[in-house]
Structures are given as structure tokens and as C-alpha cells.
Ligand binder design. Structure first.
Ligand SMILES: Cc1ncc(COP(=O)(O)O)c(C=O)c1O
Length: 400
């Protein structure tokens, strides 16, 4: 029995079976490559589901984490934390200036956003009837009760009701539908600038801008969930920067600390007023260790020119995937995405293609049922993209 087989047997016995896991045990990584516990190599086009912005085993990030761990790992938010303040300062220089709350995951960031929006309407604006949330069909905002309640996909909600009441769903990227859904009871609209888990769905130009205007006209807040699209994934720090608009609240997680668990909710100064001492909290949120990793990542994004690399490599990957579409129609129908969040739309289910790719040492993931998602590290280069697209093209030639 190999080490991987041994570990898989123990894992299957002792871990709750809530993940659709591939039968692989990862051991270590370097850049865009992972090795399993039997020494097999995998080219990683998932980056831990859009998390490992700097790739795996990044020496500078590891050093920053190690040094901070030795200096001060955790203190709680009973006191101010130096690295947390430095992180808030770095984030305030990006395209959204305001105040930050730090937590540990995407779902928690969205929970904070929903709670802040409610409290703003009820307490600050004195509008006790504005309690409804408007969200989109096919959206994904996380698995906690609040985040799940605004997630517009039945497969995630099934068996968990009753969820948080007062959520209205509308079709994504449909402005007239938003005009009907947003009313005088709407507390906030929550939306992903690009639906990621839902299948890499991009709205038409102008949609987010117009949605923002509609929210402002009707007295509703706009929450942008940039948990997957933020931290440079689409070529700008936030995806909304390319839409000519800004939200009232924005949420981040995934890439924020390069693989150390961390989430953030940022709000305008006006809306942030709704949280006062004692109204919301997280023991670990923004602790010295996670914040040090995130500060390192903020600097690395700029020093390594990763936003530019993301745009260039994203365009290169998109063009390569267009080639696959042209060669492998009708099995492959289209490619869509922005920056290094790209999807290949298949005629059938993505699962079998992804499993075959993994057997050949290529890691990609599914978005929606029929989309193969590419969300590699932002440090990726052309040779890795060529290798990944080559493997996938061969598999698609076999299945089509
Ligand atoms: C857009 C979006 N929001 C929220 C989440 C939930 O994040 P987490 O799994 O860290 O709770 C995800 C995770 O995939 C996401 O893509």
C-alpha cells in the first residue's frame, strides 16, 4: 500500500464526507506545481480555488508568516494589532476607501456585510421596514445560514430550510428585473461582479453601473461580493474597477492572505457607522499572523507587477482556450472570463474531463455543471499555460 492509499483509507474513515474530493493527498508545492504523498506531479490551475495568488511555497510569504509567528501570532481584538492596521491602510489605497472589518473566510465576510447593511438601515437610517435582501439566481455567497440564504442555487440550499427569511431573487445581469425586485423594503442588493461558482458569468458592460444607480435611487445598499474576483484575479485589484462604479460594501477572502485563512468586509465611512463596539466580532479576525501574510501579499502584488501579469497571462490563456473551442466544437462550446478567471464551456458535464485531467497531472475545477474553470496563481507564465491547455486539448480530442 502506498502512503497515499494509506492516508486515503484513514481520511475516508475519519473525515466527514461533505466534500467531493479527488482521491489524491497533496504533500507540497512550488509555484504552480503540486506533488502528492506518492511524489506525483500536478500542474495546478486551481491555486486552491483562486486562493494561492503567489503560487505554492513562496519563500517571501513563508518568511513573513514565520517571522510574525515567532514575534506575535495572536492577541484578540481586545487591543489594536499593528499588522491589521497596516493591512487596512494598504487596502484603503486600492479602489475602495473606507473602513475594514477582518474575519476568516468568505462566508463570514458576507455575514458581516449582511448584518452591517441591516443595522445601517434600521439603526442609522431609522428605516425598520428595510429588511429585505435582493440576490441573484445562480449566485454563490457561502455556506453559513445568512450567506446560504442569499445563494441562488437550489443544490446548496436543499435540506437546510428554513433559511433567513426576506430574500428576493432576480435573474443575473437583467436590469429590468432589478427594477422590479428592488423596492422600498430592500435593505441591500448582494451580487458578484462576475458569477464564479455559477459558471463564470459576466454581466454586459454597464450593468453594474446601472444597478448601482438603481440602488442609490431606491435607498438600497449595494454589496459587491469580490471574494473570488478580488485581490487581482481579473487584472485589477477589484473586478468593479472595470465597471466604472463602486459599492457601499465590498467583501474579500480567498487570495487576501495568499493561502492563510482571512476574509474582509470593507464599507464606506457612512455605512461603517452602523457597527459600534459589541455589535459584531470575530476572535481570530485580522489576527497578527493572517494580517502579516496579507500585508506581504499587498506589497508583492505591486512589486512583482502581478496585476499586469494577470491581464497579460489572462489574455494569453483566453486566446489559447479560443483555439480549443475552434478545434473541439461541438464538445466545447465557448470560453469566457476575465484575467486569470477563465472558463471553458462544455456541451456535457465538466466532471469527467476534470477527472481525466487530474489523472494526467493537470488540476482544474468545475464552475457550474459544465464549465472547466482556470484560476491559477497570478505568477503563472506562458509555458505553464501552454502545458495546461495542451493536456486539456488532448483530452477533449479523445472525448469529442
Ligand atoms: C463569490 C464567493 N462568495 C463567497 C464564497 C465563500 O467563501 P468561503 O468558502 O471562504 O466561505 C465563495 C467561495 O467560493 C465565493 O466564490
Amino acid at each position: 500500500m502506498s502512503l497515499s492509499e494509506e492516508l486515503l483509507a484513514t481520511g475516508r474513515r475519519l473525515l466527514i464526507n461533505n466534500y467531493n474530493r479527488s482521491p489524491v493527498v497533496m504533500a507540497r508545492g512550488e509555484g504552480c506545481v503540486l506533488w502528492d504523498t506518492d511524489g506525483r506531479r500536478y500542474l495546478d490551475m486551481t491555486a486552491g480555488i483562486a486562493v494561492c495568488v503567489l503560487g505554492h511555497g513562496h519563500a517571501g510569504l513563508a518568511r513573513a508568516i514565520g517571522e510574525q509567528a515567532a514575534r506575535l501570532t495572536h492577541t484578540s481584538n481586545l487591543y489594536y494589532i499593528e499588522t491589521q492596521i497596516r493591512l487596512a491602510e494598504a487596502l484603503s489605497k486600492r479602489a475602495f476607501a473606507g473602513k475594514a472589518f477582518f474575519c476568516n473566510s468568505g462566508a463570514e465576510a458576507n455575514e458581516a456585510a449582511l448584518k452591517l447593511a441591516r443595522r445601517y438601515q434600521i439603526v442609522v437610517r431609522n428605516q425598520p421596514d428595510r429588511t429585505e435582501f435582493v440576490a441573484c439566481d445562480n449566485s454563490f455567497h457561502g455556506r453559513t445560514f445568512g450567506a446560504l440564504s442569499v445563494t441562488g442555487q437550489a443544490k446548496y440550499r436543499q435540506g437546510f430550510g428554513p433559511l433567513v427569511p426576506g430574500v428576493r431573487f432576480m435573474p443575473f445581469a437583467d436590469l429590468p428585473a432589478a427594477g422590479v425586485a428592488i423596492g422600498d423594503k430592500t435593505c441591500a442588493v448582494i451580487i458578484e461582479p462576475i458569477q464564479a461558482e455559477g459558471g463564470i458569468n459576466l454581466p454586459p458592460p454597464g450593468y453594474l453601473h446601472d444597478l448601482r444607480r438603481l440602488c442609490a435611487e431606491r435607498g438600497a445598499l449595494l454589496i459587491l461580493d469580490e471574494i473570488q474576483t478580488g485581490v487581482g484575479r481579473t487584472g485589477s485589484f477589484y473586478a468593479f474597477e472595470k465597471e466604472g462604479t463602486t459599492p457601499d460594501i465590498v467583501t474579500l477572502a480567498k487570495g487576501l492572505a495568499g493561502g492563510v485563512p482571512m476574509g474582509a468586509m470593507l464599507a464606506t465611512d457612512e455605512v461603517a457607522r452602523a457597527f459600534e463596539p459589541g455589535t459584531h466580532a470575530s476572535t481570530f479576525g485580522g489576527n497578527p499572523l493572517a494580517s502579516a501574510a496579507a500585508v506581504y501579499l499587498q506589497n508583492a502584488l505591486d512589486e512583482l507587477g502581478l496585476l499586469r501579469n494577470c491581464e497579460e497571462m489572462g489574455a494569453y490563456l483566453h486566446a489559447a482556450l479560443e483555439g480549443v473551442v475552434a478545434r473541439r466544437r461541438p464538445a466545447v462550446q465557448a470560453t469566457r472570463g476575465r484575467g486569470l478567471l477563465q472558463g471553458l464551456v462544455l456541451q456535457g458535464e465538466a466532471g469527467p474531463v476534470i477527472a481525466r485531467a487530474r489523472e494526467r497531472g493537470l488540476l482544474v475545477s468545475a464552475a457550474g455543471g459544465n464549465v472547466v474553470r482556470f484560476a491559477p496563481a497570478l505568477i503563472i507564465g506562458k509555458s505553464e499555460i501552454d502545458e495546461a491547455v495542451g493536456v486539456l486539448d488532448t483530452i477533449l480530442a479523445e472525448v469529442s
